[in-house]
Ligand binder design. Structure first.
Ligand SMILES: [Zn+2]
Length: 98
């Protein structure tokens, strides 16, 4: 005889999401928020590269992403700077005038 234990399902699905998805910095990455540039970088474990929040590169899966407060921390963790968004640059790259 199978007994069904009533499970308490939280309506807040985010409670079970990986920490990255709950991190407000990840939301800035998803939004490619240029205002977040320089405040942190995100690294992609599958590529070994870290990026500015506003990097135009294709968004990685959050479970493969690590967030770092500084470029130095990302490099210390073994990541390389992205060649597209140059996270080590002092000022964000400006879009080409059209
Ligand atoms: Zn990048």
């Amino acid at each position: 005889m199978t007994k069904f234990e009533p499970q308490i399902i939280s309506p807040d699905a985010a409670a079970e999401a990986p920490p990255t998805e709950r991190d407000p910095r990840w939301q800035a990455v998803v939004a490619r928020d240029r205002n977040a540039d320089g405040q942190f970088v995100y690294a992609v474990r599958t590529t070994g590269v870290f990026c500015r929040p506003s990097c135009p590169a294709r968004l990685a899966k959050p479970q493969n992403v690590a967030l770092f407060d500084t470029v130095a921390l990302a490099e210390a963790a073994g990541f390389r700077p992205c060649l597209r968004c140059h996270p080590k640059g002092r000022s964000p790259p400006r879009p080409m005038p059209s």
